[in-house]
Design a protein around this ligand. Structure first.
Ligand code: ACO
Length: 437
């Protein structure tokens, strides 16, 4: 992989065989002999994914944005991630001592001697994060070559550098490294109960799917810890998530564009500019002139499938005039009902301060009346009935079922629906049941 390059000029100096091809024979001997971790940096400039990072970064989630920022720091050389072990190299020893100090501080329940023993044990490797050449965190793990599994012993980031994404980046570099260089298929750890959330965010689960014989008896158990596993995939580039996410999103977008025209955006309607009239009424726009509406599958509605049988609605054909008469009659009936008093005018915000926090689309009989009187707002009986239903639903949303308002809404709604139903006669086809506008 392009990203993996040797560090300190030494790199794996030929001792680490191509892990993808070599079958490890023995945990200890192979691990020790192969060296495994001789200061191999997994970060740095260049790299396959670099080109994408500078490109378009909008529409990416917070996670990807943070990763891009951290990757930029790596490209600038400010941050370096590498795997080292106690191999006698002076610099590696210094870094391991620094890392040991971070672990001792961040894992106060772990005996310091025990931390020293594992960090300095040549069978353990450590992925460290250097910020301006200072160790700010790391993960110490032990590869079990035969099982293609790595056991994370300690993981910590120094206190003043936490919650900046370094812990995630460390884990991603570790996954990439062990997958690519050490042929591992799983990471396993006894996570401190306080850190279970962190490990879950890194893709670890409490269900260990690896065969028991691969790990039971091999890994160290701790009190107050939870065993967690992360399965690794060689097909995933763990340090290039933003690039992968962008590529996947582009692929999905392309597929969606083939199947839909939802990406075509037309300018908004000029009719919605400027203030509306009373009741929020604006000059109606014939739907057929709205750009894109036909492409979206809209078809002009056929003639209404009902007749008006309410007294005073002309010959009963649902023309604009007859519908208007019916709507005026319905508003009057509802307004004169004994339960209508809470719905006459808008709810006063000064008396019910949180009403408009809860009810985002308020409406009252006054508004409905203004809309009817405009003669233009309600093009259909369905639109008219929808406002009434919104009014009753708003009331039941804000008020508890045992309140007088809630009960009024339910009774008045039943009255309204009964008057609508009584005022129309459906022209239903055979077998159809059309009983509600
Ligand atoms: N519990 C729950 N979530 C956490 C924790 C935690 N203890 N720590 C970090 N997170 C979350 C972060 O909020 C963040 O969430 P986001 O991606 O939704 O924004 C995500 O995990 C990753 O955060 P990072 O900033 O990448 O992680 P950070 O640099 O803070 O490092 C670490 C995390 C290593 C756990 C650090 O907080 C630390 O050193 N803690 C003290 C030592 C510790 O508990 N180590 C683990 C012990 S278990 C073991 O070593 C096997």
């Amino acid at each position: 992989m392009d990203l993996i390059r040797n560090f300190l000029g030494g790199g794996n100096n030929g001792e680490e065989p191509d892990a993808k091809r070599v079958k490890r024979e023995d945990d200890d001997s192979a691990g020790a002999a192969n060296g495994g971790a001789n200061g191999t940096s997994t970060s740095g400039a260049g790299g396959a994914g670099g080109a994408g990072v500078e490109g378009k970064v909008d529409h990416l989630g917070q996670y990807a944005m943070r990763e891009i920022h951290l990757r930029k720091q790596e490209e600038d050389g400010e941050l370096v991630y590498m795997v080292i072990k106690n191999d006698g190299e002076e610099q590696n020893m210094i870094w391991l001592v620094n890392l040991k100090n971070i672990f001792s501080k961040q894992l106060p329940n772990m005996p310091k001697e025990y931390i020293v023993r594992l960090v300095m044990d040549p069978r353990h490797h450590s992925m460290i994060c250097l910020k301006n050449n200072i160790v700010i965190g790391g993960i110490t793990y032990r590869p079990f070559w035969r099982q293609n599994m790595g056991e994370i012993a300690f993981c910590a980031v120094s206190a003043n550098e936490q919650v900046k994404g370094y812990g995630t980046r460390l884990m991603n570099h570790l996954k990439e490294y062990v997958c690519d260089k050490e042929n591992m298929t799983h990471l396993i750890t006894f996570a401190d109960n306080n850190a279970v959330g962190y490990f879950q965010k890194q893709g670890f689960t409490k269900d260990v799917m690896m065969e028991r014989e691969k790990w039971v008896g091999y890994i160290k158990e701790y009190d107050g810890g939870t065993i967690m596993e992360c399965a690794l995939s060689a097909q995933v580039s763990y340090t290039e998530f933003p690039v992968m996410i962008r590529q996947q999103r582009a692929a999905v977008d392309e597929k969606v564009r083939e199947m839909s025209n939802s990406h075509v955006v037309y300018p908004g309607l000029a009719q919605f500019k400027g203030p509306a009239g009373p009741g929020g009424v604006r000059k109606p726009v014939p739907p057929e002139v709205i750009k894109g509406i036909k492409e979206a599958g809209w078809e002009p509605p056929g003639p209404p499938r009902y007749r008006l049988v309410h007294p005073g609605c002309g010959d009963g054909t649902p023309t604009t005039e007859n519908l208007h008469r019916f709507m005026v009659a319905l508003v009057n009936l509802v307004q004169n009902h004994i339960d209508s008093w809470p719905f006459i005018s808008p709810v006063p915000a000064e008396e019910v301060p949180d009403y408009y926090d809860v009810v985002k689309d308020p409406i009252c009989l006054e508004t409905i009346k203004e809309r009817v009187e405009s003669g233009e707002y309600y093009q259909t009986l369905e639109m008219f009935a929808a406002d009434f239903r919104l009014m009753f639903n708003n009331c039941r949303l804000y008020n508890a079922p045992d309140t007088v308002f809630y009960k009024n809404a339910t009774r008045l709604e039943a009255y309204f629906e009964s008057k609508v139903a009584a005022g129309i006669s459906w022209k239903a086809g055979r077998g159809e049941r059309l009983d509600r506008i």
